[in-house]
Design a protein around this ligand. Structure first.
Ligand code: NAG
Ligand code: NAG
Ligand code: NAG
Ligand code: NAG
Ligand code: NAG
Ligand code: NAG
Ligand code: NAG
Ligand code: NAG
Ligand code: NAG
Length: 714
């Protein structure tokens, strides 16, 4: 039982192995075909045996189908051997399977020597070692120095490698920012030298960065890694964050192009007591200075920014001062607005004082003016001159005067009263002279009026009189100032006419009026009326010459006389029409003749209405237009046609001639040829505004003879 089970197991195992072997053989068989092809060129170098897929192809049990290297699957004799090889100097050979078919001979060299030629050779079907015929040998080992440096390039030698034996190849690459040209590799030769690499790495060219207006750039080379710097011309400054640009590895310039902008000036200088105004804010190229009040500008008020400098020099604001008034005043001066420096600025006010024995002549105060002078004028201290008191008119008396006093002091005054006035009057003493020279008495004006309301009841001499009109608030007719002059008004106040009245118009002659029933300029009551007459050849503008004063104070009609209109229409003319639009003075009437008629004289086609008459008196005449004699129709006859009917045959020449000159517009003549003749051209003509139509004339030609038409005109 147990052995039976083992048997069954081994049987199963055998089956599995067999199955695997079959599948392996199949795979190998397929692999042989693809991995061991016969190389055609090899057959010329060595002997190849019959090609095969498997042993059955070989038809000999002494041969088997195996891979014979470059010959491919071939029928090779079983059990063949190759002769053993001689080891190279300084080297030895190791066989993988002795000298039997398929054995591999590995060549090796002593240290210090390198193998030249194939390392492995195989025992082939032709009983020789292949696949090449070259015999390897051991050559003394050769080293090169460090590979040569190429400017602006790097090689691919790893840092760990320090020795370079023959055959070592180096590849160069240009540094970024450089472009290479030429062979980029170098190899260590068996002479211990590197082959020459023609690689040249030239810097990348960024080209011109552009033009800098109003400036220039420094730096002659535009290739990597050069830099250029930008500079502006005088009066310009660089704008932009890049004052330099570099040609970069990628062939582009770094940064951005700057600009040269007109250099601005610094803020304009400050002038004490001065102010700056900028006339043109858009460019900031000019500034204007003005000085504070009381200061005067010295120098140029306008500065210009030229080459970033303000030119010309800034002005100064000088204080405006007046001279010390003390130098021309013989009294003493009080000043509120001046310090110890004795400088008097504008608007300084000084007060003048005289010693008690002297009297101040002129204004006691004065002010420093813009024009550096004092106004009012600097006064004087003078010796006082008293005045003798003058005698008054008989109706006057001094108010407060002791009888023993004979004179008054210089500068003093005296009051007096007149009997005919309620007001006091005065005299003054000035340097020994009395002003006004002679005391006089003037009467007051007592005013009272029904119509006028005065501001006062009594006005004194030379006093202005103010008043309004009682009845209404209209402005006064007389706008001149009225003054009281010695008891009477310079003008009588007048109030305008009450609104609700009419006035007969003034200046009648301007309105071509001969007369009015109420005198011109006079006012008239509401409801009343007047009429007017016009001068010769004129008529009232409105039909009625009677004018009423309406409730609103206006007249019912325009008051005016205008040239007379023509009563009749313009006269009619025979054979013509009249065209007119108006019969008023100055309007025109035009005339036009009916078709076929024309004016005797073209100047006479217009009449004008002048002061009631159509002028000129001679009327235009419309005369008929006749056509010229068309000439006789030789070998034929001419008829006159009226209303589509031949009214006459005119075979007789004389009769025709007498009729023809009176053929008028619109009339037609017809032609007919004698027998044996045929009419060529139109068979009729029509008189049209003095011309025959058509222009072509007919002729009578002998039958069957075609002759060209002859054209007449006229
Ligand atoms: C490389 O150099 C050769 C010889 O100097 C020249 O003819 C060729 O134009 C160069 N090529 C480039 C891309 O610069
Ligand atoms: C002019 O000056 C003002 C004040 O300094 C400044 O605000 C303005 O931008 C300037 N204008 C120009 C055009 O430079
Ligand atoms: C003016 O002078 C007087 C004395 O001469 C002095 O006391 C006073 O301080 C001065 N005032 C000024 C404003 O200098
Ligand atoms: C100075 O100005 C004042 C007032 O403005 C004037 O009365 C005076 O005549 C002027 N004087 C001169 C010298 O111009
Ligand atoms: C005149 O005007 C004043 C105010 O301007 C007014 O009070 C008064 O009634 C007016 N008088 C008449 C008569 O219109
Ligand atoms: C005063 O009357 C005169 C003419 O008499 C006139 O030219 C002037 O404009 C009047 N003034 C006023 C304020 O009515
Ligand atoms: C003022 O008028 C009165 C008469 O009303 C006359 O006697 C007198 O001389 C006049 N005075 C002068 C200064 O003309
Ligand atoms: C104006 O009219 C008045 C009154 O109707 C008359 O007496 C006078 O003769 C007329 N004058 C003229 C120039 O017509
Ligand atoms: C009078 O004539 C004027 C001018 O032609 C016109 O404007 C006005 O209306 C007329 N008035 C009357 C009452 O006919």
């Amino acid at each position: 039982m147990r052995t039976k089970l083992i048997n069954t197991f081994s049987y199963l195992l055998q089956f599995l192995l067999l199955w695997e072997l079959v599948s392996y053989t199949q795979a190998y068989w397929i692999r042989d075909l693809s991995y061991c092809p016969r190389k055609r060129e090899v057959t010329r170098q060595r002997q190849c045996f019959k090609s095969c897929f498997d042993d059955s192809d070989c038809q000999s049990r002494y041969r088997s189908c195996v891979c014979d290297y470059d010959c491919g699957m071939s029928c090779v004799k079983r059990g063949i051997t190759c002769p053993f090889l001689t080891a190279p100097d300084h080297g030895n050979i190791i066989y993988s399977n002795g000298n039997r078919f398929g054995s591999r001979a590995s060549h090796e060299c002593e240290t210090g020597y390198v193998l030249e030629g194939p390392k492995y050779r195989y025992c082939q079907g032709d009983m020789w070692w292949g696949p090449t015929n070259s015999i390897p040998y051991c050559a003394k080992e050769v080293f090169c120095n460090q590979p040569p440096e190429i400017i602006n390039a790097v090689n691919d030698v790893p840092s760990t490698i320090t020795t370079f034996h023959a055959g070592y190849s180096v590849k160069y690459t240009c540094l970024t920012g450089y472009v290479g040209n030429g062979t980029a590799t170098s190899e260590c030769t068996f002479l211990g030298q590197w082959t020459f690499s023609t690689l040249k790495c030239t810097p990348i060219d960024c080209g011109s960065p552009g033009i800098l207006r109003n400036g220039f750039l420094s730096g002659e080379r535009f290739d990597y890694p050069n830099m250029i710097a930008f500079f502006c011309n005088d009066g310009f400054e660089l704008v932009g964050k890049d004052t330099t640009r570099a040609c970069q590895e990628n062939g582009l310039w770094s940064g951005a192009m700057p600009l040269c902008q007109k250099k601005a000036c610094e803020s304009p200088p400050i002038v004490s007591h001065g102010q700056i105004i900028q006339p043109d804010r858009t460019t900031n190229e000019t500034v204007q200075y003005i000085c504070e009040d009381g200061y005067q500008l010295q120098g140029s008020s306008i500065l210009k920014c030229i080459s970033s400098q303000w030119q010309p020099a800034a002005p100064m604001c000088e204080q405006i001062t007046c001279d010390d008034p003390q130098t021309s005043f013989n009294g003493y001066i009080e000043s509120s607005s001046h310090d110890n420096s004795s400088v008097y600025a504008i608007d300084s006010i000084v007060k003048f004082n005289c010693p008690s024995s002297l009297i101040l002549r002129g204004s006691p105060i004065s002010k420093c003016q813009f024009n550096r002078s004092w106004a009012p004028k600097i006064p004087k201290c003078e010796e006082p001159i008293p005045c003798l008191i003058p005698t008054l008119p008989s109706n006057a008396y001094y108010r407060t005067l002791r009888s023993d006093v004979q004179q008054i002091d210089d500068g003093a005054q005296l009051e007096y009263m007149c009997e005919n006035s309620r007001y006091r009057r005065r005299i003054f003493c000035r340097q020994g002279k009395i002003l006004p020279r002679q005391p006089k008495c003037f009467s007051d004006c007592q005013v009272e009026s029904k119509k006028v309301m005065f501001s006062k009841k009594i006005y004194r001499h030379r006093e202005k009189v103010y008043y309004t009109c009682k009845s209404h608030n209209l402005s006064l007719i007389n706008n001149e100032t009225i003054v009281c002059i010695n008891g009477s008004l310079s003008l009588q106040p007048v109030c305008p006419q009450i609104e609700t009245m009419c006035t007969v118009p003034h200046t009648l002659f301007l309105r071509n009026i001969a007369n009015t029933t109420i005198p011109s300029g006079t006012s008239m009551e509401i409801g009343s009326s007047f009429s007017y007459t016009c001068i010769q050849d004129h008529q009232p503008i409105n039909q009625s010459a009677s004018v009423e004063c309406l409730e609103d104070g206006k007249l019912s009609h325009h008051v005016n006389c205008v040239p007379k209109s023509c009563k009749e229409h313009p006269p009619m003319i025979t054979n013509g029409r009249t065209i007119f639009h108006s019969t008023s003075h100055g309007s025109a009437a035009r005339y036009r003749c009916f078709p076929g008629f024309k004016f005797e004289n073209n100047n006479l086609v217009k009449l004008t209405c002048q002061f009631g008459l159509w002028l000129p008196k001679q009327l235009p005449k419309c005369l008929p237009i006749f056509c010229p004699n068309p000439g006789p129709l030789i070998y034929g006859r001419t008829y006159v046609v009226i209303r589509d009917e031949r009214v006459s045959t005119l075979p007789i020449r004389s009769e025709f001639r007498s009729y023809i000159p009176t053929v008028s517009h619109g009339r037609t003549i017809e032609f007919e040829c004698n027998s044996g003749y045929v009419l060529q051209g139109p068979n009729g003509l029509t008189c049209n505004h003095g011309r025959w139509m058509p222009a072509e004339r007919p002729r009578c030609a002998i039958k069957n003879h075609v002759q060209p038409n002859i054209i007449f005109t006229g």
